[in-house]
Design a binder for this molecule. Structure first.
Ligand SMILES: [Zn+2]
Length: 406
């Protein structure tokens, strides 16, 4: 006797781009059965067994992709830096802007002075466009507080966003982002505060899912970053690293040695870095928005990552200074145009590899049995169109945990 599948909902009418193994793996005229917010069956209509569904939903053609994952954002911050952007284009130098208290320190001051509710309100303005284009999971970093109270405040805002919106928010403590002005010339003392106070208390409060740091001449040295990694390990938190964005300091090899989930930016990563990352399964998170805004000329070594099979993720890096990006889909086009990634690699970068960069690949990032029923239906004929169209809001139907998201 043939067994019958009982499910909450049955979805059909579109081609399903599963992204299994980082490839399209498209199921033509596919069917998905969902129960308790998870996929319990997926395949072709012809292979569908006997099924009883409480609801049946039929799409009028088009394609279904996994829900998009933005694995690197700084969405919570006070103020914005559009006036600096305008000043620079009117010929005011970086030095003059810095002398006026501009740059990252202006965002730190604004974030410290802004109330938790107001930070939430401002972040909602930025997160909504991402959700409208199909993001079902995103990461939000702290790093503009740079004091215990302000870092906790930022992370609480990030957690609240995840509680109030139909999207999964992973939070990352980036207290080692920049040196606050009250610690000028005392970077090691600040790292003491990060390692001995901020990370333990953030972990104790359950406010962070990972710890990140910025390894660069204008931020922290590999030795200081390694201390942050040890503190994260003691607190039981996985690590990530901003590395090799402006110079080669070996941060990504260091991150790989500590089994980081990801190393991010990587314009100056070397062959040795790529080999180390491949060996440890560390994801290369590429951020074309920052590359574009800074008008960088050195591309991340995509060919090396491809050669050594380092998974490549893509993210918006949404932040007030170097990537005020409110579209993840625009990053797909930029990654293809600027970094010469293929549209298939770009889509993997915001689905399965984005999931891996956040450590959620067991439940998200591909459309397979056992994974969360998070996907986007697009009125498109080919997945490459997601990288091809230059921004714009495509009319996407987003399904989050088995329900159409309003
Ligand atoms: Zn960043």
């Amino acid at each position: 006797m043939a067994s019958v599948i009982y499910c909450d909902s049955l979805w059909s009418g579109a081609d399903i781009v599963t992204m299994r193994g980082g490839h399209y793996h498209t199921i033509s005229d596919g069917v998905i059965a969902v129960h308790d917010g998870k996929i319990i069956w997926i395949g072709t209509r012809a292979a569908l067994p006997a099924v009883r569904a409480s609801r049946e939903m039929t799409f009028p053609g088009g394609i279904i992709t996994p829900g998009l994952i933005d694995c690197h954002t700084h969405l919570v911050f006070g103020g914005d830096r559009s006036s600096e952007f305008e000043q620079r284009l009117n010929g005011v130098s970086y030095a003059e802007i810095a002398a006026q208290g501009g740059g990252i320190i202006s965002t730190v001051n604004a974030t410290r002075q802004t109330s938790e509710d107001e930070l939430l309100e401002q972040a909602l303005f930025r997160i909504k466009p991402l959700l409208a284009e199909g993001v079902t999971c995103l990461e939000i970093k702290s790093g503009y507080g740079l004091s215990l109270q302000s870092e906790l405040k930022m992370l609480r805002v990030a957690r609240r966003l995840g509680e109030m919106l139909p999207v999964e928010v992973k939070t990352t403590c980036l207290a080692a982002h920049a040196l606050p002005s009250e610690y000028a010339n005392r970077a090691d003392d600040y790292i003491d505060l990060v390692c001995n106070t901020i990370i333990p208390q953030v972990a104790e409060a359950g406010l962070a899912d990972a710890v990140d740091a910025f390894c660069e001449h204008l931020a922290f040295s590999p030795t200081q970053v390694e201390r942050v990694f040890h503190a994260a390990k003691t607190a039981g938190l996985p690590i990530k690293l901003h590395a090799e964005q402006l110079s080669s300091l070996g941060g990504s090899t260091l991150a790989a040695r500590h089994h980081a989930l990801s190393a991010d930016h990587l314009e100056y990563a070397t062959e040795q870095d790529a080999q180390a990352m491949a060996a440890s399964g560390t994801v290369a998170v590429l951020l074309p928005g920052a590359y574009y805004m800074l008008r960088e000329t050195q591309c991340p070594p995509v060919a090396l990552f491809r050669h050594y099979r380092v998974p490549m993720a893509l993210a918006s890096d949404a932040n007030p200074g170097t990537s005020p990006a409110l579209s993840l889909r625009l990053m797909l086009n930029m990654a293809c145009t600027l970094f010469r990634m293929t549209p298939e690699e770009a889509l993997a970068g915001v689905t399965c590899h984005g999931a891996q960069a956040l450590g959620v690949q067991e439940t998200q990032g591909t459309l397979e049995v056992g994974k969360l029923a998070n996907w986007v239906h697009w009125p498109l004929s080919r997945p490459a169109e997601l990288s091809y169209w230059l921004g714009g809001q495509l009319p996407a139907t987003v399904v989050y945990r088995g329900e159409v998201r309003p």
